[in-house]
Ligand binder design. Structure first.
Ligand SMILES: CC(C)(COP(=O)(O)OP(=O)(O)OC[C@H]1O[C@@H](n2cnc3c(N)ncnc32)[C@H](O)[C@@H]1OP(=O)(O)O)[C@@H](O)C(=O)NCCC(=O)NCCS
Length: 189
């Protein structure tokens, strides 16, 4: 069932742009402790988000915001990292790509889930102006669940951002210095 938008020509199914990127974790990706740098994983996530978003949009896309980057487990050299991306939500010019990252030990077959993150991207036309993206055809109940989750995620993110902005402006350092007494800091001003 399509939404009330009548332009049925300009809709694409979630499956059209679903993308998986798999990469072997090589020694140059590791930090001094032998674990893979978070920045390497972020870069791979950005790459797969771009591929998925651009395929759906039929246009170049830029990354606007990233949510849910919590690395739950370390990734080791020699593991195969797979990033599974799909468009979870579309607005007018923006879309949200959900990315599930797993790391597999090829010797033991052990697979661990390292993180699931959400990239909001905006499509750009040839003049670098924001461009409308095609609507999304939700083919499965899971597609529908993800779209609904994305609506809530966007709303929560907006409220959180507003709260955060307000918090920055209402902090009165002199009045709140006592709150630092229980913290692990030394005040030298
Ligand atoms: C993304 C960008 C085009 C938005 O520009 P803007 O003037 O705020 O445009 P708009 O207000 O029309 O917003 C465009 C869309 O982005 C969405 N958007 C803007 N800021 C957002 C944010 N912080 N989080 C989520 N979505 C956001 C809007 O909701 C809107 O979506 P919609 O068209 O689906 O309703 C602009 O901020 C930009 O070019 N940023 C740099 C992006 C970039 O270079 N990324 C690479 C990282 S270096």
């Amino acid at each position: 069932m399509l939404s009330k938008m009548s332009d049925t020509q300009n809709f694409r199914p979630v499956s059209y742009s679903r993308t998986t990127l798999t990469e072997l974790m090589i020694p140059s990706y590791a930090n001094f402790g032998g674990k893979i740098h978070g920045g390497i994983l972020l870069s791979l996530m950005d790459k797969v988000a771009y591929a998925c978003a651009a395929k759906h949009a039929g246009n170049y896309c830029v990354t606007v915001s990233v949510e849910g980057v919590n690395f739950l487990q370390p990734v080791e050299v020699g593991e195969l990292v797979s990033l599974k991306a799909s468009v979870n939500y579309v607005g007018n010019t923006s879309l949200m790509v959900g990315i599930r990252v797993i790391a597999e030990n090829v010797k033991t077959g052990n697979v661990k889930h390292t993180n699931t993150s959400y990239f909001t991207m905006v499509a750009k036309d040839d003049e670098d102006k924001s461009a409308q993206v095609p609507g999304l055809i939700l083919e499965t109940r899971e597609d529908g669940r993800r779209f609904l989750e994305a609506i809530r995620r966007r709303e929560l993110s907006r409220r959180y951002q507003t709260e955060l902005d307000n918090t920055k402006t209402i902090i009165q350092v002199e009045k709140e210095l006592h709150l630092l007494e229980a913290q692990r800091c030394q005040i030298t001003f």
